[in-house]
Write a protein that binds this ligand. Structure first.
Ligand code: PEP
Ligand code: MG
Length: 546
């Protein structure tokens, strides 16, 4: 029996036989040169088409997020830029088709990786498409989750959205990955399905032979066994649907809101029961734009996202560009340390006209859609910055303006910041990264970015206290809000709304109603005293999910 630890990202214990997600296909050789390069190049388009057709076929059998994910990957497989780059490599360098696809994809992944952050997260998707086309050209088994026939623990390097979109989750006892962190796709999926999961288990894939695994999603401990273990599943208390108004068991209102970045997300969120939108990431509308969209283009892009939320509250975040979300049209100069550079509101301060045009478009889209719109600034560090933003928002005719708390300095001066604004929303993803000086995208630093870290929770408590004193709303729109167990603790810390990806809404919405406010407050007080993230989780679990 070998014991390893990772980061528990979805609670519960499970054990059972291992199902390994197939590793990527081997790197294709660059020889022999094709006898007829034109004919070899002509094989690429049909292979890509076959991969795409298969993904579209899988998409046709599912609905909601899974459908969107599979359709997006299917469309990527027949991306004309990727195909023509590969065809050119065959004809210009006499490469076999599979090798040409591999090299063409490498060009794209290098550019995405260099862009960092959210862009870098797309690397996994391009590699997935690449491997499927290469497997098709070489007649190999495509990568991904094998067809499951019995209950098992799924073991993978990391899971791509397309791997799991149509997974038969009734057969998955648990998820264990070598890479990934608390905000990875695996973590989000596992939490939304209530499946125990441990991510970032270094050395996992080097263990052999492993027949069975037992995992503890609370402690992050896994035991790998070379002999069978009894099949054990944790009870799935997670709700699959939820509608209504978020509230504790004694009726204390907590708005359950959605994070969205596009019209499709907004529609999915509305049908998942979101009471509104707590974070509309406007930069997601323009990640590919090479020129600043004019006011009317922005207005229609925003109105499409607001449309499903007529008469409901929507918080529109102004452009959060820079670092992990570069916007090509902003042509920002190279910075030695972009995460600490000119990003978020700092870009607006350097370019107030850009902010003014965006606010004009947001105000117009609000009246087009009938949504009850507020605006919020990203990456605010001081009360002066908050005041600067609010003044501009109100001048643009937007009545409610707030800021994100994602820089520790803003959290520590929450009272002063709150005096200037109508509300704040805690961006726990960035707040953790800046508090721990740990890149939120680095799998190796996943433990530091764990939202259960007591240092992060103590900072949140400061902000919650300030909100209560001033009688102003304090939301959470980072990934922390998507953890049903942590949601109750956040409420106990004074948080008044929670905003998350649509898949987490049913689980969080129903979990909130399990206890009265006082229980969440008492739990939060105990959790704040914990000496580690693991201990904090254990305390909350013992009190809220005994
Ligand atoms: C955050 O930092 O927690 C947040 C919600 O903003 P983003 O993830 O878009 O940086
Ligand atoms: Mg952020």
């Amino acid at each position: 029996m070998s014991r390893l630890t990772g980061v528990g990202v979805s609670p519960g214990q499970a054990s059972g036989p291992v199902a390994r997600v197939a590793e990527t296909v081997p790197e294709p050789a660059s020889t022999p040169a094709p006898a007829d390069p034109a004919a070899e190049a002509a094989r690429i388009q049909p292979a890509a088409q076959a991969v795409s057709d298969r993904l579209f076929e899988r998409a046709s059998r599912v609905t909601g997020d899974a459908k969107t994910l599979l359709e997006t990957t299917a469309a990527m497989a027949i991306d004309p830029a990727l195909i023509s780059e590969a065809e050119q490599l065959v004809t210009s360098r006499s490469l076999p088709a599979a090798r040409a696809v591999h090299e063409a994809a490498a060009k794209f992944t290098e550019a995405l990786r260099a862009a960092g952050g959210y862009m870098a997260e797309r690397v996994r998707d391009v590699q997935d498409v690449r491997d499927r086309i290469v497997a098709e050209l070489l007649g190999l088994t495509p990568p991904g989750v094998p067809d499951l026939t019995e209950p098992c623990v799924l073991v993978a390097r990391d899971l791509a959205p397309a791997d799991t979109a149509d997974l038969d989750t009734s057969l998955v006892l648990g998820l264990v990955t070598e890479e990934g962190g608390p905000t990875s796709h695996t973590a989000i999926l596992a939490r939304s399905l209530g499946i125990p999961a441990v991510v970032g288990v270094r050395g996992l894939l080097e263990l052999s032979p492993v027949m069975a695994i037992s995992l503890d999603g609370d402690t992050g401990l896994i035991e790998a066994s070379s002999v069978p273990l009894p099949v054990r599943a944790s009870e799935r208390s997670t709700a699959t649907s939820w509608q209504g108004e978020g509230a504790t068991a004694d009726g204390h209102r907590i708005k359950v809101l959605a994070n969205v970045g596009a019209a499709v997300d907004a529609r999915t969120a509305a049908s998942a029961g979101a009471e509104g939108v707590g974070l509309f990431r406007t930069e997601f509308c323009f990640l590919a734009a090479d020129r600043e969209p004019d006011v009317s283009a922005q207005r229609s892009a925003y109105a499409a996202v607001l449309a499903p939320f007529a008469d409901k509250p929507v918080i529109v975040r102004t452009l959060d560009a820079g670092a992990d979300k570069p916007l090509p049209f902003l042509a920002m100069g190279a910075e030695p340390n972009p995460a600490l550079g000119v990003r978020g509101l700092r870009i607006s301060q350097e370019n107030p006209d850009l902010l003014e045009r965006q606010l004009e478009a947001v105000a117009a889209a609000a009246s087009d859609s009938g949504a009850d719109v507020s605006v919020m600034a990203p990456m605010v560090s001081t009360a002066e910055e908050a005041a600067w933003f609010v003044e501009r928002a109100k001048a643009a005719g937007i009545d409610r303006a707030g800021v994100m708390i994602e820089v520790p300095a803003a959290a520590l001066t929450a009272r002063e910041v709150l005096r200037e604004v109508d509300f704040v929303s805690l961006g726990t993803n960035d707040l953790a990264q800046y508090l721990f000086a740990a890149d939120r995208m680095a799998g190796a630093l996943a433990e530091l970015n764990d939202p259960w870290q007591p240092a992060l929770l103590r900072l949140i408590a400061e902000v919650g206290r300030a909100g209560a004193e001033l009688g102003k709303p304090v939301g959470v729109c980072g990934e922390a809000a998507a953890d049903p167990l942590l949601a109750g603790v956040l409420v106990g810390l004074g948080v008044t709304s929670l905003s998350m990806g649509a898949t987490a809404i049913p689980a969080v919405g129903s979990a909130l109603g399990e206890h009265p406010l006082q229980t969440y407050q008492e739990t939060a007080r105990e959790v704040l005293e914990a000496a580690s993230a693991r201990k904090a989780r254990e305390i909350a679990r013992a009190r809220l999910r005994p």
